[in-house]
Design a protein around this ligand. Structure first.
Ligand SMILES: [Zn+2]
Ligand SMILES: [Zn+2]
Length: 432
């Protein structure tokens, strides 16, 4: 039996006092707690080098831990020995006549398997054996946590005289390595767990701005793609822009302006649709579609490096229908909404700044597509000019800090919008 970690498990009757000692006085890092519903206990993990402490807090008066604390007071409850193969360890101990509380492993915190050895065999100490969850099982649990039901909801935000409505056009999957560029997988997979094909789940979140006019910023993937495309990109549009626009109380012909951050298929797919006769038409019949001229040129003249990102059916019909408006420079598109070229992701990628009554919101699009991309070097491998993306991010986060801006994440699987904090160069977010 090989033990890979020792953990001391302490139970507490006063969590704040315990944290004041272990966290504040000893200066140890206490991780986000985990509820173990079956045991009616909350576990606070405290890494300490190779070993660890764990503070247990009862969540119900009749839990085993609460009864134990009542009887004996707070203190050391048991020690945990981490093993690679708990079934083999139990068999070995049984063969050596060690008295076991659990002859079979049972589920514990963090998706692990656990079993207890009786204190009478361990010289008065309760000993727990623990086999950590298979890394894939653990990651799958984290994915499930991220994809909460409200991750697909319409969200409304007031910004001065404007109303901002975050919409949703479904989930899709892209290669995790490509989404994080030079960042090694052990780092990114903690934030964005990969599936068995190394793909991570992303959302598409177009943004509606209601002011003197009604504007849609980007439009997701749309509904024109075939089964093969859906299979490659793991598309799930069972809930999509049609549903979320309707929930927001907006009909397609309410939209006056459609503004493109850029023309990649996951942003422009919803610009057009195929009618009953198979003809491609603008999806929003009354809208002018505003696209940066340089991006239009690149999208209509793709090269071998970027052609997979551009699908002509998403935007060429706009020119044919006479609803395309090309803009050359950074400028105001409607009162309170202006564009700013960032480059980086593609040469003419632009962010959208929304400003009203001294308040600012920014839609950085694919410069900071998810909350996992807050750090400057976390740049997509898809980006054509990654060094420019880093510079654009620095400028963007300076603007965010100066204006305390609300940030919209076009591809985050769970977080539509957040406020960003920066402390000693490390950025964190608070969901809005
Ligand atoms: Zn893109
Ligand atoms: Zn994108």
């Amino acid at each position: 039996m090989t033990v890979t970690q020792l953990r001391l498990v302490l139970e507490t009757d006063d969590l704040d006092a315990a944290l004041a000692f272990y966290r504040d006085a000893l200066g140890l890092h206490v991780e986000v707690p985990e509820e173990v519903a079956s045991q009616r206990v909350r576990a606070h993990f405290i890494p300490t080098g190779q070993s660890a402490l764990e503070l247990l807090e009862a969540t119900a008066a009749d839990s085993a831990i609460a009864r134990y604390v009542d009887k004996r007071g707070p203190g050391l409850h048991h020690i945990t020995l981490r093993v690679d193969d708990i079934a083999a360890a139990l068999a070995e101990l049984k063969a050596k006549n060690v008295r076991l509380v659990d002859e079979q492993p049972r589920p514990g915190a963090e998706g692990a398997l656990v079993a207890f050895i009786h204190p009478s065999s361990a010289h008065g100490v309760l000993v727990e054996l623990k086999q950590a969850a298979d890394v894939n099982v653990r990651l799958k649990r984290e994915v499930d946590v991220r994809l909460k039901p409200d991750a697909t909801n319409v969200r409304r935000f007031a910004l001065g005289d404007l109303e901002l409505i975050s919409l949703f056009d479904g989930f899709f999957r892209l290669d995790g390595g490509a989404m994080f560029g030079v960042v090694p997988k052990p780092f990114w997979e903690k934030k964005a767990p990969a599936d068995d094909r190394n793909r991570i789940t992303l959302a598409m979140r177009p943004l509606l701005v209601r002011g003197v006019r009604t504007m849609l910023i980007d439009a997701g993937l749309g509904g024109k793609d075939d089964a093969k495309f859906h299979e490659i990109y793991g598309v799930d549009r069972s809930r999509n822009l049609d549903h979320t626009l309707a929930e927001a109380g907006v009909a397609p012909d309410d939209i006056d302006i459609v503004l493109a951050s850029h023309l990649h298929f996951d942003h422009s797919g919803g610009f057009t649709y195929r009618d009953a006769n198979g003809r491609l038409r603008p999806k929003f019949p009354r809208a002018q579609y505003v696209v940066r001229r340089g991006e239009w040129e690149d999208a209509t003249h793709p090269n071998e490096r970027n052609h997979a990102s551009y699908i002509a059916d998403n935007f060429v019909p706009l020119a044919e229908a006479g609803v395309l408006q090309l803009v050359d420079d950074d400028q105001t598109i409607m009162p309170g909404v202006r564009v700013k070229r960032t480059g980086g992701h593609c040469m003419h990628h632009q962010s959208i700044y929304i400003e009203s009554a001294g308040k600012t919101a920014i839609f950085p699009a694919d410069i900071v597509p998810t909350t996992a991309h807050l750090a400057n070097p976390w740049v997509m491998g898809y980006d054509l000019y990654p060094a420019d993306t880093v510079a654009a991010k620095q400028a963007f986060f300076k603007d965010v800090a100066d204006k305390d801006a609300l940030v919209f994440f076009v591809h985050d699987p769970a977080v539509a919008a957040a406020y960003i904090r920066e402390d000693k160069g490390k950025r964190t977010y608070a969901q809005a």
